[in-house]
Ligand binder design. Structure first.
Ligand code: MF3
Ligand code: CO
Ligand code: CO
Length: 249
């Protein structure tokens, strides 16, 4: 819960920082870039702005950013020997910690020409995040967000991952509540002005079931079909919402 103007300013600052780092990475992605390169760029840019990568060391996570390619749903670990190829899709998930406040945002990028199916998946996931965000206002229910995302995804023929969700965020990266990306209108917690949480739908071209690899982090689809994700950190305002990780501000 954000209650003072200095807290609001802190959340706006870190949200803008995470968004800018993500945009910077977006300009650098190309065929031949390794996910290890992305990790170094995130670490350097975050440090340059006096912040820390929230994910580094989080429950032992070994890197500063999650890089999730193709069938990887989330929590992909950057590696120097994983290089992007034309036709790949990659989610880059950045969480920054500025003065103890956290901002969390991710986007899925297409490398070169991708298949029409992959393009459809990425575009649908982007729209699903927007549909979820559009529900956010005081008095709305968490279930309204999940419902909007699920309805849009199902109409487009995409699966919605339910093994992970959005989360409250502020002085910690992960706080209650759990923000499900499926749901029913009118179900769940009532939103109030000052709440900050993420919405971060993961959609799939096949079934939404996931499993975690032996590295204990990398989460992939069970059927090997591709997955995309977009994420924003959102504040409930008096009249609706403010996206704290909006690109280009
Ligand atoms: N940024 C991720 C999220 O959206 C957190 C990943 S936790 C990590 O919630 F440890 F894998 F980095
Ligand atoms: Co998140
Ligand atoms: Co994230």
């Amino acid at each position: 819960m954000i209650t003072t103007s200095s807290e609001l300013q802190a959340m706006r600052r870190v949200g803008r920082l995470a968004a800018r780092t993500l945009a910077l990475i977006g300009t650098k992605l190309a065929v031949g870039v390794s996910t290890g390169d992305i990790d170094r760029w995130v670490r350097e840019d975050t440090a340059k702005h006096g912040a820390k990568p929230s994910q580094l060391g989080y429950h032992g996570f070994p890197a500063s950013v999650c890089t999730s390619v193709n069938e990887v749903v989330c929590h992909g670990i950057p590696r120097d020997d994983v290089r992007l190829a034309a036709g790949d899709i990659i989610n880059v998930d950045i969480t920054s910690d500025l003065n103890g406040w956290h901002g969390d945002t991710s986007a899925t990028f297409c490398i070169g020409e991708v298949s029409p199916e992959a393009k459809h998946l990425v575009e649908t996931t982007r729209l699903a995040l927007e549909a979820g965000i559009a529900q956010v206002r005081p008095g709305a229910h968490l279930g309204d967000i999940g419902h909007a995302i699920q309805a849009l995804a199902e109409k487009a023929g995409c699966g919605v991952v339910t093994d992970f969700g959005g989360h409250g965020i502020g002085r910690k990266m992960h706080l209650p509540p759990h923000v499900s990306h499926v749901g029913r209108r009118g179900d769940g917690m009532v939103l109030r002005e000052g709440m900050t949480f993420t919405i971060e739908p993961m959609l799939t071209l096949g079934a939404p079931e996931t499993r975690v690899l032996d590295d204990e982090w990398t989460c992939v689809t069970v059927d090997g079909k591709w997955s995309a994700q977009f994420e924003h950190t959102v504040l409930v305002t008096r009249r609706g919402h403010e996206v704290l990780t909006k690109p280009g501000v």
